[in-house]
Design a protein around this ligand. Structure first.
Ligand code: FAD
Length: 390
């Protein structure tokens, strides 16, 4: 029997269907040809320069809202969507974030909680990448505890008037529509705020050291007047944005496995080629120990993602399963990226290799969509029945 394939050691992908493999290959091929050659430059520039072109490319590939039904969305299963996230994040977490925010956050909010008119207006264009959406939940003083938000929407006749600030909003300054969550007299509600609405501004956040191939913004709402039909009619309470976050976190479970795989593969290639003390450094026992550790982390992450994906497709994924996957896989990916960075020596600190870019990106991935502490508390609650959040 031959040695197992280093790139899929436990042959996890053998459990994929034909259709799932086709999605994997299409996204991998597109990412390798169209995104990988540019991503280091985008990371260095701290933005995605031709963001509209990238959006249209994702739209043509069919990854925006691909897990949703109708309105130009592909309606794939959860594993198919996860595989797309894995292959995109193997390129860069910022690119996977683009797809997650557009599809799992903004489009899912409109699809699940919007009116038929709102769906018709936005979803086909967003699926095609002709319109970009963002999702404004976090605020300067309200992160892990979104229920403490200060953004307020008050009624004025049949209109709504919004005031507040949203922070760390992916694609905020390039979005055509912002899904904004605000407190009302009836609890937290969601609103669609089109770009250009008077009183609404979006400012790019600079000096990021992580997720640089991604645009992050502050949204400012100053007496933003919206018509009654800007309200997402079916979203009532924090449950609505949290359900969208659960979709996006699910994508991260897979995405982190992709980032880990990319770091491992780079470390394997690099150490086989790099000669010191007269031998490839992969020949040394200490290097082989590291490669074995990375291999285990990467394959555990793949298995975790596929298992949670299958549970989700069977309608059996509890939100604590997704917390398990997000916590476990991001932690593994961070470990893999840091070790792989060291294995590249000085070369590992440059953008010639993907390892430090992934390592830095994973700092954001560990923070957004629920920090490690938040997911640990979710697991603790699932295990004990006792909430230790406050
Ligand atoms: P805090 O909540 O202030 O947490 C600080 C620390 O305290 C963390 O370590 C946390 O785990 C810990 N902590 C908090 N509560 C507890 C507790 N009960 N017990 C123990 N420890 C605790 N948000 C959006 O709405 N839309 C977006 O598109 C978006 N994109 C983002 C993109 C990037 C690059 C980044 C970095 C963030 C983005 N976010 C977005 C925001 C992100 O979701 C928040 O940063 C995240 O929820 C954490 O909130 P915080 O930064 O305010 O940290």
């Amino acid at each position: 029997m031959n040695n197992p394939d280093a790139h899929d050691f436990l042959a996890v992908d053998q459990d994929l269907t034909e259709e799932e493999r086709a999605i994997r290959d299409a996204v991998r091929d597109y990412g390798t040809a169209e995104l990988l050659p540019h991503v280091a430059d985008w990371f260095e520039a701290g933005t995605i320069p031709a963001v509209r072109e990238v959006a249209k490319g994702f739209g043509a590939l069919g990854v925006f809202g691909m897990h949703l039904e109708g309105y130009g969305c592909a309606g794939t299963n959860a594993v198919g969507y996860g595989l797309a996230c894995r292959e995109l994040e193997a390129i860069d977490s910022g690119l996977r974030s683009f797809v997650s925010v557009q599809g799992s956050l903004a489009m899912t909010a409109i699809h699940h909680y919007g009116s038929e008119e709102q769906r018709q207006e936005w979803l086909p264009r967003m699926a095609a990448g002709e319109a970009i959406g963002c999702f404004g939940l976090t605020e300067p003083d309200s992160g892990s505890d979104p229920g403490s938000m200060r953004t307020r929407a008050r009624r004025d006749g049949s209109d709504w008037v919004l005031n507040g600030t949203k922070m760390w909003i992916t694609n905020g300054s390039v979005a055509d529509v912002a899904v904004v969550w605000a407190a009302t007299d009836d609890g937290i509600r969601g609103f669609l705020v089109p770009a250009g609405t008077p009183g609404f501004t979006a400012n790019v956040i600079h000096k990021k050291l992580s997720l640089r191939a991604s645009i992050t913004s502050e949204l400012v709402l100053q007496d933003v007047r919206l018509p009654a039909d800007a309200l997402l009619p079916e979203a009532s309470g924090l449950r609505a944005p949290l359900s969208c976050l659960s979709e996006a976190r699910y994508g991260i479970v897979w995405g982190a496995a992709g980032a880990a795989r990319a770091c491992f593969e780079s470390a394997l290639d690099y150490t086989k080629a790099r000669v010191q003390f007269g031998r490839p450094i992969s020949d040394f026992q200490l290097t082989q120990r590291k490669l074995a550790d990375l291999l285990i982390d990467v394959n555990h992450a793949m298995l975790t993602a596929l298992r949670i994906g299958r549970l989700k497709d069977a309608g059996q994924a509890h939100h604590s399963h997704i917390s398990f996957g997000k916590l476990a896989n991001v932690r593994s990916a961070q470990r893999v990226a840091a070790i792989a960075r060291g294995m590249h020596g000085a070369s590992g600190i440059t953008l010639e290799y993907p390892v430090m870019r992934h390592m830095l990106n994973l700092e954001s991935v560990a923070t957004y969509e629920g920090t490690e502490e938040v997911h640990a508390l979710t697991l603790g609650q699932a295990l004990t029945g006792s909430s230790a959040f406050r």
